[in-house]
Design a protein around this ligand. Structure first.
Ligand code: AMP
Ligand code: MG
Length: 420
C-alpha cells in the first residue's frame, strides 16, 4: 500500500510537519471512499441511514390535478370577461371524494383543498369572492385561467428521482418515501468503527482511581460521537502504552473495521513508538496539524481500515473528531456531497487570545442579546477541560492567519446542535 503516501506527496500544501487544518480536512475527504455494501431496509429503519440508490418516483405527485384552495371548480370559458357570471352548482368534490361525471356548460362544483378537479373544469374560484344564491353561484369578473389548480406531476414526475443517492435520511425523507407508496429503500451498510483509548494512567469507570490515574472519558465521548453518526461501534477498551499490546489492538481492529479511532499516544514522548508501529503495520501520514487544540493527529491506513489517531486530551479528541473524523465517516457512510459543518459569523463579546499561523477552535456560548446573536468564550479553554465542552453550545473558529480577537469583532461559529 504505497498509494496513500504517493497521493499525499503530490498534493499541494502537504507538509506533514505542519499542515493547514483546511488542507488536512480536504486530503482526508479526498482519500476516503464509501463502503460498498448495500442493504434494503423498511422506511422507519431508514432514519439516519444513507441512501445507496436514487429513489425513483413510481408516480406523479400530485397524482391528479387538484384544488389548492376551498372554492368552486369552473370552466374558464364559461366566465364573462366583464361583469358577473352565474353558474349552476352541480355537485361537490372533497379531498378523497371526487365529483363523478363531467362538468357541463354553465356548471360549477363546490371543491375543497386537495379535491380532484372534475373532468371539464380547469379553474378554481376561491369561496371568499363568490355569492351563493340557492344553487346559483355568482362569480365576479377578472378570474385567471387555471388559477388555484395544482397540476398532476407538478411536484414530481413519474420516473424522475425523488431523492438522490448519498442523502442522509431525515424525517422529511421518510415521509417523502412513504408518500410515494414505497415500503423500503436501498441504504449503505453502516460503517464499522473500532476504537480504543491508550494510556498507562487510564482507569475504567467502576474501579477506584489509583495514584496519578484518570478515568477514561474519551471512550465515552468517542462512543457518543460515533453513535450519533450512525456507525456500528466496536469498543476495544483501554490499551496500555506497550508496543505489543497496541500492535495487537491495531491488528484486531483492522481485521474487523472500516476505520479505527484511537485516543492518546500521539504527543511528544509517546509519538515515536506509535508512529513506528503504525508505519510497520500500514501507512501513516503522521500529521502535525497547524491547529489548537489537536496539533498531533495521525491519519493513515492499516490493512484497508482508515486510521485516525486522535490526541489524548479530552477536548482535543472532540475538536479533531468534529473537524476531521466526522467528515471522513460521513463520506465512508456514503453521504454525498459531504458538506462541511456550517459556520456563521457573529460578533464576539469577549477578547480571544490567538496566535497567527494556526487555526484555533475555542469553546463558545452563542446567546441572544437585543435581538442579535452573539458569542462569548467559555471560561477555561484548556484542552483538558471537558466541562468547557459541556458548557459550550458552539465552537468558535479563529482562522489560520488571524491574531488576537478584540471584543466586538466578528468570528465564525459552528453551532453544536441543529434541527434534524
Ligand atoms: P496523551 O496524548 O496520551 O499524551 O494524553 C494527553 C492528556 O490527555 C493526558 O493528560 C492524558 O491523561 C489525557 N488523556 C489521554 N487519554 C485519555 C482518556 N482516554 N480519557 C481521559 N483523559 C485522557
Ligand atoms: Mg497517553
Amino acid at each position: 500500500m504505497t498509494s496513500l503516501l504517493k497521493t499525499l506527496s503530490c498534493a499541494d500544501g502537504y507538509d506533514p510537519e505542519s499542515l493547514n487544518a483546511e488542507r488536512a480536512r480536504q486530503i482526508i475527504l479526498d482519500l476516503v471512499e464509501p463502503v460498498a455494501d448495500v442493504e434494503r431496509v423498511g422506511v422507519r429503519e431508514a432514519l439516519g441511514r444513507v441512501l445507496a440508490e436514487d429513489v425513483i418516483s413510481p408516480m406523479n405527485v400530485p397524482g391528479h390535478d387538484n384544488s389548492a384552495m376551498d372554492g368552486y371548480a369552473v370552466r374558464f370559458a364559461d366566465l364573462r370577461a366583464e361583469g358577473e357570471s352565474a353558474l349552476r352548482l352541480a355537485g361537490t368534490a372533497f379531498a378523497g371524494r371526487a365529483f363523478e361525471g363531467r362538468l357541463g356548460a354553465g356548471e360549477c362544483v363546490r371543491i375543497m383543498t386537495g379535491g380532484v378537479i372534475p373532468a371539464g373544469a380547469d379553474t378554481v374560484v376561491i369561496q371568499e369572492v363568490v355569492r351563493a344564491e340557492g344553487d346559483r353561484i355568482v362569480v365576479p369578473a377578472h378570474q385567471r385561467p387555471g388559477q388555484n389548480v395544482r397540476r398532476a406531476g407538478e411536484d414530481l414526475r413519474a420516473g424522475t428521482p425523488a431523492i438522490r443517492a448519498g442523502k442522509w435520511l431525515r424525517p422529511a425523507e421518510l415521509g417523502l418515501i412513504a408518500s410515494l407508496g414505497l415500503g423500503e429503500v436501498a441504504v449503505r451498510r453502516r460503517p464499522r468503527i473500532a476504537f480504543f483509548s491508550t494510556g498507562d494512567e487510564l482507569a475504567s469507570i467502576g474501579t477506584p482511581l489509583g495514584e496519578g490515574e484518570v478515568y477514561d472519558s474519551n471512550r465515552y465521548t468517542i462512543h457518543g460521537m460515533l453513535a450519533r453518526l450512525g456507525c456500528e461501534i466496536v469498543d476495544l477498551g483501554v490499551v496500555r502504552d506497550d508496543p505489543a499490546a497496541i500492535e495487537a489492538a491495531f491488528r484486531l481492529a483492522a481485521a474487523q473495521a472500516d476505520a479505527i479511532v484511537t485516543s492518546g499516544g500521539v504527543s511528544v514522548g509517546e509519538a515515536d513508538f506509535i508512529r513506528e508501529l503504525m508505519a510497520r503495520l500500514g501507512e501513516v501520514a503522521f500529521w502535525k496539524i497547524a491547529m489548537r487544540p489537536g496539533r498531533p493527529m495521525a491519519f493513515g491506513r492499516i490493512e484497508g481500515a482508515w486510521l485516525f489517531g486522535l490526541p489524548g486530551n479530552p477536548v482535543a479528541v472532540m475538536v479533531t473528531f468534529y473537524e476531521f473524523v466526522r467528515d471522513a465517516l460521513l463520506k465512508l457512510s456514503g453521504v454525498s456531497p459531504v458538506e462541511p459543518l456550517p459556520r456563521f459569523r457573529v460578533p464576539c463579546v469577549t477578547p480571544l487570545k490567538k496566535r497567527p499561523g494556526r487555526s484555533e477552535f475555542q469553546r463558545g456560548i452563542l446567546f441572544r442579546e437585543d435581538g442579535e446573536w452573539k458569542v462569548r468564550a467559555t471560561g477555561a479553554q484548556g484542552s483538558g477541560v471537558l466541562r468547557s465542552m459541556s458548557e459550550a453550545n458552539c465552537i468558535v473558529v479563529v482562522e489560520h492567519a488571524r491574531g488576537n480577537v478584540e471584543p466586538g469583532e466578528l468570528v465564525d461559529v459552528q453551532p453544536f446542535d441543529g434541527l434534524i
